[in-house]
Ligand binder design. Structure first.
Ligand code: BTN
Length: 258
């Protein structure tokens, strides 16, 4: 962007439902880490940082979060339901992100199960969902849903260049990050309030980069090839092994390669 893209909180709050309460920081270690330390705040608390010094991805990876370029946003949820909600909320957020990017930039996005959003062949967004459990149960006391979207073009480190890109490098247009944040939060809330009805699933499935493809499933102990044949109502990936066996994948420890 030619001028610095400041996050105007007042304007953002005008464009999103009252459910949300937004806090904006110049730099945090990680918006997820910050919110996991403040789970006493009300549901709907949104934390946005212009930059993260220790942005975190799944499976202990870091998430590259330079200042002034990406949308680094975490959202506090307090669903009174079991842990299935984390998986569904993550998938709903991926669908909401893909839709928001498409509407604002006029591009198409795809979703690599479970929660990587791609645009123009590059990963433009990822989601990290973490939960604090109630003592002695599997009910979450709080869920922190963190999303990182590479919005404005930036110089990617060598090891990310092949895989990751930014929305605007592909779309060729520039918008303040606030516009994308607002659209994402509006779409996500509709999906979240109707999580039981799985209203996000059509948007999720129709953008799947995986269904109908052969994939490599990587587990803790090795990997195997299979055909991805669908995504069930619990957002598990259904795969068929060459021997005909059908498996339902839901573990956060499994990753797939196309
Ligand atoms: C992934 O692709 O593995 C998930 C990346 C999640 C990044 C976001 S940025 C906002 C929030 N804070 C973090 O430290 N991580 C998430």
């Amino acid at each position: 962007m030619k001028q610095r893209d400041e996050m105007d909180v007042r304007q953002l709050e005008r464009d999103i439902p009252d459910f949300y309460h937004v806090h904006v920081f110049d730099c945090l270690e990680s918006t997820n880490t910050w919110l996991m330390g403040h789970t006493d705040l009300p549901e709907g608390t949104v934390v946005i940082a212009d930059a993260q010094s220790k942005g975190r991805g799944r499976a202990g990876h870091s998430f590259y979060s330079p200042g002034g370029t990406g949308l680094y946003l975490s959202l506090l949820l307090k669903p009174e339901r079991n842990m299935e909600v984390s998986l569904l909320s993550t998938a709903a957020a991926a669908a909401a992100c893909a839709q928001a990017v498409e509407e604002i930039y006029g591009v198409s996005c795809s979703i690599k199960w479970l929660n990587d959003v791609f645009c123009g062949g590059k990963k433009i967004a990822g989601i990290l969902c973490e939960a604090r459990l109630q003592a002695g149960g599997d009910m979450p006391q709080a869920v922190v849903l963190g999303i990182g979207i590479n919005v404005h073009p930036c110089r990617m480190p060598e090891d990310l260049k092949e895989l990751a890109g930014s929305v605007e490098a592909f779309a060729g247009t520039e918008k303040p990050r606030r516009i994308l944040a607002a659209r994402f939060l509006n779409i996500f809330l509709k999906y979240y309030l109707a999580l039981d009805q799985r209203t996000f699933l059509n948007a999720y499935r129709s953008r799947s980069a995986v269904i109908g493809r052969r994939v490599t499933v990587m587990t803790g102990s090795g990997s195997y090839r299979a055909a991805a044949i669908g995504i069930d109502d619990a957002c598990r990936l259904i795969v068929r092994l060459d021997c005909g066996e059908i498996r339902y994948l839901s573990s956060g420890e499994i990753s797939i390669r196309l």
